[in-house]
Design a protein around this ligand. Sequence first.
Ligand code: ADP
Ligand code: MG
Length: 321
Amino acid sequence: MAGEFELIANYFNWPAEDKSVDTSVGDDGAVLNISPDHQLIISVDTLVAGVHYPLDTSPSDIGYKSLIVNLSDIAAMGAEPRWFTLALTLPNYHSNWLNGFSAGLKQAANEYGVSLIGGDTTRGAQTISIQMMGEAVIGKALKRSAALAGDGLYITNTLGDAAAGLQIHQINQSSSPRKILSDSEAYCVARLNRPTARVNESKIIRQYANACMDISDGLLQDLSHILQASQLGAVIDTSAIKLSSQLESLYNHEEGLKFALSGGDDYELLFSVAKDKQESFENEMQNEGLAFQLIGKLVDDTNDIFDQEGNVLNASGFQHF
Ligand code: ADP
Ligand code: MG
Protein backbone atom coordinates (compact mmCIF):
# COMPACT_ATOMS: atom_id res chain seq x y z
CA MET A 1 0.00 0.00 0.00
CA ALA A 2 1.40 3.41 -0.96
CA GLY A 3 2.17 5.38 2.19
CA GLU A 4 2.08 2.30 4.37
CA PHE A 5 5.18 3.29 6.31
CA GLU A 6 3.97 6.86 6.73
CA LEU A 7 0.61 5.51 7.92
CA ILE A 8 2.26 3.31 10.55
CA ALA A 9 4.58 6.12 11.66
CA ASN A 10 1.72 8.64 11.88
CA TYR A 11 -0.89 6.58 13.64
CA PHE A 12 0.47 3.43 15.21
CA ASN A 13 4.03 4.03 16.35
CA TRP A 14 3.43 4.86 20.00
CA PRO A 15 6.35 4.85 22.38
CA ALA A 16 6.15 1.68 24.46
CA GLU A 17 6.27 2.64 28.12
CA ASP A 18 6.12 -0.87 29.48
CA LYS A 19 9.64 -2.06 30.36
CA SER A 20 8.73 -5.58 29.26
CA VAL A 21 8.78 -4.31 25.67
CA ASP A 22 12.36 -4.67 24.41
CA THR A 23 11.65 -4.08 20.71
CA SER A 24 8.35 -2.87 19.27
CA VAL A 25 6.92 -1.36 16.05
CA GLY A 26 9.62 -0.93 13.39
CA ASP A 27 11.45 -4.24 13.43
CA ASP A 28 10.55 -7.54 11.80
CA GLY A 29 9.23 -8.84 15.09
CA ALA A 30 8.57 -7.59 18.60
CA VAL A 31 10.78 -8.72 21.47
CA LEU A 32 9.09 -9.10 24.86
CA ASN A 33 10.26 -10.04 28.33
CA ILE A 34 7.73 -12.34 29.93
CA SER A 35 7.43 -12.32 33.73
CA PRO A 36 9.09 -15.29 35.44
CA ASP A 37 6.76 -18.16 36.42
CA HIS A 38 4.07 -16.99 34.01
CA GLN A 39 2.48 -18.51 30.93
CA LEU A 40 1.74 -16.53 27.78
CA ILE A 41 -1.98 -16.30 26.97
CA ILE A 42 -2.82 -15.37 23.36
CA SER A 43 -6.10 -14.51 21.70
CA VAL A 44 -7.10 -12.95 18.36
CA ASP A 45 -10.38 -11.39 17.27
CA THR A 46 -11.35 -9.90 13.94
CA LEU A 47 -13.94 -7.19 13.39
CA VAL A 48 -15.36 -6.84 9.89
CA ALA A 49 -17.13 -3.59 8.98
CA GLY A 50 -20.88 -4.10 8.65
CA VAL A 51 -20.70 -7.54 10.27
CA HIS A 52 -19.28 -6.90 13.73
CA TYR A 53 -20.18 -3.22 13.93
CA PRO A 54 -22.68 -1.06 12.01
CA LEU A 55 -21.09 0.71 9.01
CA ASP A 56 -21.81 4.14 10.49
CA THR A 57 -20.01 3.43 13.79
CA SER A 58 -17.58 6.27 14.52
CA PRO A 59 -13.91 5.44 13.82
CA SER A 60 -12.96 6.15 17.44
CA ASP A 61 -15.63 3.75 18.72
CA ILE A 62 -14.37 1.12 16.27
CA GLY A 63 -10.82 1.59 17.57
CA TYR A 64 -11.96 1.47 21.18
CA LYS A 65 -14.22 -1.56 20.79
CA SER A 66 -11.75 -3.61 18.79
CA LEU A 67 -9.33 -3.50 21.70
CA ILE A 68 -12.01 -4.16 24.34
CA VAL A 69 -13.24 -7.38 22.72
CA ASN A 70 -9.69 -8.72 22.86
CA LEU A 71 -9.01 -7.51 26.39
CA SER A 72 -12.18 -9.29 27.38
CA ASP A 73 -10.83 -12.64 26.13
CA ILE A 74 -7.66 -12.27 28.19
CA ALA A 75 -9.72 -11.27 31.26
CA ALA A 76 -11.89 -14.36 30.67
CA MET A 77 -8.75 -16.51 30.89
CA GLY A 78 -7.99 -15.01 34.30
CA ALA A 79 -4.87 -13.41 32.82
CA GLU A 80 -3.29 -9.93 32.83
CA PRO A 81 -3.49 -8.29 29.40
CA ARG A 82 -0.09 -6.85 28.38
CA TRP A 83 0.65 -6.46 24.64
CA PHE A 84 -1.19 -6.45 21.32
CA THR A 85 -0.59 -6.44 17.59
CA LEU A 86 -2.88 -4.82 15.02
CA ALA A 87 -3.54 -6.19 11.54
CA LEU A 88 -5.40 -3.41 9.74
CA THR A 89 -7.01 -3.76 6.31
CA LEU A 90 -8.41 -0.59 4.77
CA PRO A 91 -9.87 0.27 1.36
CA ASN A 92 -7.99 3.59 1.29
CA TYR A 93 -5.80 5.98 3.27
CA HIS A 94 -8.34 8.26 4.91
CA SER A 95 -6.70 10.47 7.51
CA ASN A 96 -9.95 11.43 9.28
CA TRP A 97 -10.80 7.78 9.76
CA LEU A 98 -7.28 6.90 10.85
CA ASN A 99 -7.16 9.81 13.31
CA GLY A 100 -10.39 8.71 14.97
CA PHE A 101 -9.56 5.03 14.93
CA SER A 102 -6.08 5.44 16.38
CA ALA A 103 -7.38 7.86 19.06
CA GLY A 104 -10.05 5.38 20.20
CA LEU A 105 -7.60 2.50 20.14
CA LYS A 106 -5.01 4.50 22.06
CA GLN A 107 -7.57 5.59 24.64
CA ALA A 108 -8.51 1.97 25.36
CA ALA A 109 -4.84 0.95 25.41
CA ASN A 110 -4.07 3.68 27.98
CA GLU A 111 -7.09 2.89 30.12
CA TYR A 112 -6.11 -0.77 30.37
CA GLY A 113 -2.31 -0.30 30.32
CA VAL A 114 -1.50 -2.45 27.28
CA SER A 115 1.17 -1.80 24.61
CA LEU A 116 0.87 -1.86 20.81
CA ILE A 117 3.95 -3.80 19.74
CA GLY A 118 3.49 -4.36 15.99
CA GLY A 119 1.10 -5.28 13.24
CA ASP A 120 0.44 -5.44 9.55
CA THR A 121 -1.20 -2.99 7.15
CA THR A 122 -2.93 -4.02 3.94
CA ARG A 123 -5.45 -2.74 1.40
CA GLY A 124 -8.89 -4.35 1.14
CA ALA A 125 -12.35 -4.31 2.74
CA GLN A 126 -12.22 -2.63 6.18
CA THR A 127 -11.19 -5.32 8.67
CA ILE A 128 -9.52 -4.98 12.04
CA SER A 129 -7.73 -7.91 13.56
CA ILE A 130 -6.12 -7.58 16.97
CA GLN A 131 -4.03 -10.19 18.67
CA MET A 132 -3.84 -9.69 22.42
CA MET A 133 -1.23 -11.26 24.63
CA GLY A 134 -1.32 -11.57 28.38
CA GLU A 135 0.22 -13.45 31.25
CA ALA A 136 -1.07 -15.81 33.90
CA VAL A 137 0.79 -17.52 36.72
CA ILE A 138 1.72 -21.02 35.56
CA GLY A 139 -1.26 -23.35 35.88
CA LYS A 140 -3.68 -20.59 36.92
CA ALA A 141 -5.35 -19.68 33.63
CA LEU A 142 -9.13 -20.21 33.79
CA LYS A 143 -10.40 -22.78 31.33
CA ARG A 144 -13.90 -23.61 30.14
CA SER A 145 -13.37 -27.26 30.91
CA ALA A 146 -12.76 -26.94 34.65
CA ALA A 147 -16.29 -26.21 35.91
CA LEU A 148 -17.70 -28.67 38.48
CA ALA A 149 -21.22 -29.83 39.29
CA GLY A 150 -22.57 -27.82 42.21
CA ASP A 151 -20.64 -24.66 41.26
CA GLY A 152 -22.61 -21.44 41.44
CA LEU A 153 -22.95 -19.72 38.08
CA TYR A 154 -22.17 -16.01 38.06
CA ILE A 155 -22.04 -13.09 35.65
CA THR A 156 -20.45 -9.67 36.07
CA ASN A 157 -22.69 -6.59 35.95
CA THR A 158 -25.86 -6.92 33.80
CA LEU A 159 -26.66 -8.38 30.38
CA GLY A 160 -28.69 -7.28 27.38
CA ASP A 161 -27.84 -3.59 27.11
CA ALA A 162 -25.61 -3.91 24.03
CA ALA A 163 -28.15 -6.00 22.07
CA ALA A 164 -30.84 -3.47 22.94
CA GLY A 165 -28.42 -0.74 21.87
CA LEU A 166 -28.03 -2.40 18.48
CA GLN A 167 -31.79 -2.56 17.99
CA ILE A 168 -32.20 1.06 19.08
CA HIS A 169 -29.43 2.10 16.68
CA GLN A 170 -30.91 0.15 13.77
CA ILE A 171 -34.43 1.52 14.28
CA ASN A 172 -33.11 5.05 14.56
CA GLN A 173 -30.91 4.62 11.49
CA SER A 174 -33.92 3.82 9.33
CA SER A 175 -36.09 6.63 10.72
CA SER A 176 -36.01 9.98 9.00
CA PRO A 177 -35.27 12.40 10.46
CA ARG A 178 -33.22 10.60 13.10
CA LYS A 179 -34.50 11.28 16.59
CA ILE A 180 -32.50 12.40 19.57
CA LEU A 181 -31.96 9.36 21.80
CA SER A 182 -33.20 9.41 25.39
CA ASP A 183 -30.59 8.98 28.15
CA SER A 184 -31.50 5.29 28.54
CA GLU A 185 -31.33 4.68 24.78
CA ALA A 186 -27.98 6.46 24.56
CA TYR A 187 -26.71 4.36 27.48
CA CYS A 188 -27.56 1.12 25.64
CA VAL A 189 -25.98 2.32 22.39
CA ALA A 190 -22.87 3.30 24.35
CA ARG A 191 -22.71 -0.21 25.86
CA LEU A 192 -22.66 -1.51 22.28
CA ASN A 193 -20.00 0.88 21.00
CA ARG A 194 -17.83 1.24 24.09
CA PRO A 195 -18.12 -1.95 26.12
CA THR A 196 -16.09 -2.52 29.28
CA ALA A 197 -13.49 -5.27 29.55
CA ARG A 198 -13.88 -6.83 33.00
CA VAL A 199 -10.17 -6.81 33.75
CA ASN A 200 -10.55 -5.63 37.39
CA GLU A 201 -13.22 -8.23 38.08
CA SER A 202 -10.98 -10.88 36.54
CA LYS A 203 -8.27 -10.24 39.16
CA ILE A 204 -10.69 -11.41 41.88
CA ILE A 205 -12.55 -14.00 39.83
CA ARG A 206 -9.31 -15.86 39.03
CA GLN A 207 -8.70 -16.45 42.73
CA TYR A 208 -12.05 -18.21 43.19
CA ALA A 209 -13.48 -19.48 39.90
CA ASN A 210 -13.18 -22.96 38.42
CA ALA A 211 -14.15 -21.91 34.89
CA CYS A 212 -14.68 -18.61 33.13
CA MET A 213 -15.47 -17.18 29.69
CA ASP A 214 -16.67 -13.90 28.27
CA ILE A 215 -20.16 -13.44 26.89
CA SER A 216 -19.91 -12.20 23.32
CA ASP A 217 -22.61 -14.23 21.55
CA GLY A 218 -25.34 -14.32 24.20
CA LEU A 219 -25.55 -15.92 27.66
CA LEU A 220 -27.27 -19.18 26.64
CA GLN A 221 -25.04 -19.86 23.65
CA ASP A 222 -21.83 -19.03 25.49
CA LEU A 223 -22.87 -21.00 28.58
CA SER A 224 -23.38 -24.03 26.34
CA HIS A 225 -19.63 -23.88 25.55
CA ILE A 226 -18.73 -24.22 29.24
CA LEU A 227 -21.29 -27.02 29.58
CA GLN A 228 -19.85 -28.94 26.64
CA ALA A 229 -16.25 -28.43 27.73
CA SER A 230 -17.01 -29.46 31.32
CA GLN A 231 -19.66 -32.10 30.49
CA LEU A 232 -22.29 -30.50 32.72
CA GLY A 233 -25.74 -28.98 32.62
CA ALA A 234 -27.03 -25.76 34.18
CA VAL A 235 -30.07 -24.41 35.96
CA ILE A 236 -30.60 -20.69 35.55
CA ASP A 237 -33.03 -18.81 37.74
CA THR A 238 -34.31 -16.42 35.09
CA SER A 239 -36.58 -14.75 37.64
CA ALA A 240 -33.48 -13.66 39.58
CA ILE A 241 -31.64 -12.08 36.64
CA LYS A 242 -31.44 -8.34 37.17
CA LEU A 243 -31.38 -6.01 34.20
CA SER A 244 -30.00 -2.49 34.10
CA SER A 245 -32.46 0.23 35.10
CA GLN A 246 -31.98 1.68 31.60
CA LEU A 247 -33.01 -1.57 29.90
CA GLU A 248 -35.98 -1.95 32.30
CA SER A 249 -37.13 1.58 31.45
CA LEU A 250 -37.10 0.93 27.69
CA TYR A 251 -38.63 -2.55 27.39
CA ASN A 252 -40.99 -4.71 29.42
CA HIS A 253 -39.17 -7.26 31.57
CA GLU A 254 -39.82 -10.21 29.20
CA GLU A 255 -38.30 -8.38 26.23
CA GLY A 256 -35.38 -7.18 28.32
CA LEU A 257 -34.75 -10.75 29.50
CA LYS A 258 -34.66 -11.94 25.89
CA PHE A 259 -31.86 -9.48 25.17
CA ALA A 260 -30.06 -10.68 28.32
CA LEU A 261 -30.34 -14.40 27.48
CA SER A 262 -29.73 -14.34 23.74
CA GLY A 263 -28.33 -10.93 22.77
CA GLY A 264 -24.64 -10.56 22.05
CA ASP A 265 -21.85 -8.02 22.47
CA ASP A 266 -22.03 -7.58 26.26
CA TYR A 267 -18.47 -8.74 27.09
CA GLU A 268 -19.45 -9.55 30.65
CA LEU A 269 -17.74 -12.54 32.28
CA LEU A 270 -19.57 -15.81 32.94
CA PHE A 271 -17.92 -18.02 35.55
CA SER A 272 -18.45 -20.76 38.09
CA VAL A 273 -17.43 -20.77 41.76
CA ALA A 274 -17.53 -23.76 44.13
CA LYS A 275 -20.07 -23.49 46.97
CA ASP A 276 -17.48 -23.22 49.77
CA LYS A 277 -15.79 -20.23 48.10
CA GLN A 278 -18.87 -18.22 47.20
CA GLU A 279 -19.12 -16.21 50.39
CA SER A 280 -15.50 -15.00 50.33
CA PHE A 281 -15.76 -14.30 46.63
CA GLU A 282 -18.91 -12.24 47.02
CA ASN A 283 -17.46 -10.31 49.97
CA GLU A 284 -14.33 -9.43 48.05
CA MET A 285 -16.26 -8.26 44.99
CA GLN A 286 -18.54 -6.14 47.20
CA ASN A 287 -15.57 -4.61 49.02
CA GLU A 288 -14.12 -3.57 45.68
CA GLY A 289 -17.47 -2.20 44.49
CA LEU A 290 -17.59 -4.61 41.56
CA ALA A 291 -21.02 -5.72 40.31
CA PHE A 292 -21.95 -9.39 39.85
CA GLN A 293 -24.99 -11.67 39.94
CA LEU A 294 -25.44 -15.28 40.99
CA ILE A 295 -27.76 -16.56 38.26
CA GLY A 296 -27.84 -20.31 38.77
CA LYS A 297 -25.77 -23.43 39.26
CA LEU A 298 -24.11 -26.26 37.36
CA VAL A 299 -25.53 -29.78 37.51
CA ASP A 300 -24.48 -33.30 36.50
CA ASP A 301 -25.72 -35.65 33.81
CA THR A 302 -26.88 -33.35 31.03
CA ASN A 303 -25.66 -30.68 28.60
CA ASP A 304 -28.95 -28.81 28.80
CA ILE A 305 -29.81 -25.46 30.32
CA PHE A 306 -32.98 -25.43 32.44
CA ASP A 307 -34.85 -22.58 34.06
CA GLN A 308 -36.02 -22.67 37.68
CA GLU A 309 -39.22 -24.49 36.62
CA GLY A 310 -37.40 -27.23 34.71
CA ASN A 311 -38.08 -25.87 31.20
CA VAL A 312 -35.24 -26.27 28.72
CA LEU A 313 -33.85 -22.92 27.54
CA ASN A 314 -32.68 -22.81 23.94
CA ALA A 315 -29.21 -21.51 23.24
CA SER A 316 -29.70 -19.31 20.20
CA GLY A 317 -27.29 -16.41 20.17
CA PHE A 318 -25.27 -14.81 17.41
CA GLN A 319 -24.35 -17.28 14.67
CA HIS A 320 -21.38 -16.37 12.53
CA PHE A 321 -22.37 -18.67 9.62
P1 ADP B 1 7.37 -6.58 7.27
O1 ADP B 1 7.52 -6.19 5.84
O2 ADP B 1 8.64 -6.99 7.95
O3 ADP B 1 6.22 -7.49 7.52
P2 ADP B 1 5.78 -4.32 7.72
O4 ADP B 1 6.13 -3.39 6.64
O5 ADP B 1 4.54 -5.10 7.60
O6 ADP B 1 7.02 -5.24 8.02
O7 ADP B 1 5.72 -3.50 9.08
C1 ADP B 1 6.78 -2.68 9.50
C2 ADP B 1 6.72 -2.53 10.99
O8 ADP B 1 5.54 -1.85 11.36
C3 ADP B 1 6.70 -3.86 11.76
O9 ADP B 1 7.41 -3.66 12.96
C4 ADP B 1 5.24 -4.08 12.04
O10 ADP B 1 5.07 -4.81 13.23
C5 ADP B 1 4.72 -2.65 12.19
N1 ADP B 1 3.33 -2.47 11.76
C6 ADP B 1 2.81 -2.67 10.52
N2 ADP B 1 1.51 -2.34 10.49
C7 ADP B 1 1.19 -1.92 11.73
C8 ADP B 1 0.00 -1.46 12.33
N3 ADP B 1 -1.16 -1.34 11.68
N4 ADP B 1 0.06 -1.14 13.65
C9 ADP B 1 1.20 -1.27 14.34
N5 ADP B 1 2.34 -1.67 13.83
C10 ADP B 1 2.36 -2.00 12.53
MG1 MG C 1 4.18 -7.17 7.40
